[in-house]
Design a protein around this ligand. Structure first.
Ligand SMILES: [Zn+2]
Length: 120
């Protein structure tokens, strides 16, 4: 089962927001965005963005016609937000895109593979 993308979540006491946009809205957002093109926002050409400044992730659903791809893209942005929340920003101390992608895929794998409940 594909995990649900929540509307909000909290990291380090800060609320993050997830927004779904169409490819057209996403391109318009990139072109007119007040989001600084710097270390505190990670844009990806077709799939989404994570902004530390706005504590927001944008995801582009249906771009590739696959809910699973969209959700995987979301987990990639979630991984960026985790790293931002740990103070890892683009000054040589940010994880590489490859590490972010791996972390996102591992979070996705965890969410989709967990089974049962250990009573504690
Ligand atoms: Zn990224």
């Amino acid at each position: 089962m594909i995990p649900v993308i929540p509307k909000t979540y909290e990291l380090m006491g800060r609320q993050w927001t997830n927004k779904a946009v169409t490819p057209e809205e996403y391109l318009a957002t990139i072109e007119s965005s007040p989001i600084p093109d710097d270390s505190e926002a990670q844009w990806h050409a077709d799939s989404g963005c994570c902004s530390l400044v706005f504590a927001t992730n944008w995801v582009v659903p249906k771009k590739w016609g696959s809910p699973e791809f969209t959700t995987l893209s979301y987990f990639h942005e979630l991984a960026h937000s985790l790293c931002f929340s740990m103070g890892r920003v683009e000054d040589g101390d940010h994880f590489t895109e490859r590490e972010i992608e791996l972390l996102g895929q591992l979070l996705y794998q965890y969410e989709t593979s967990k089974k049962g409940e250990v009573k504690v």
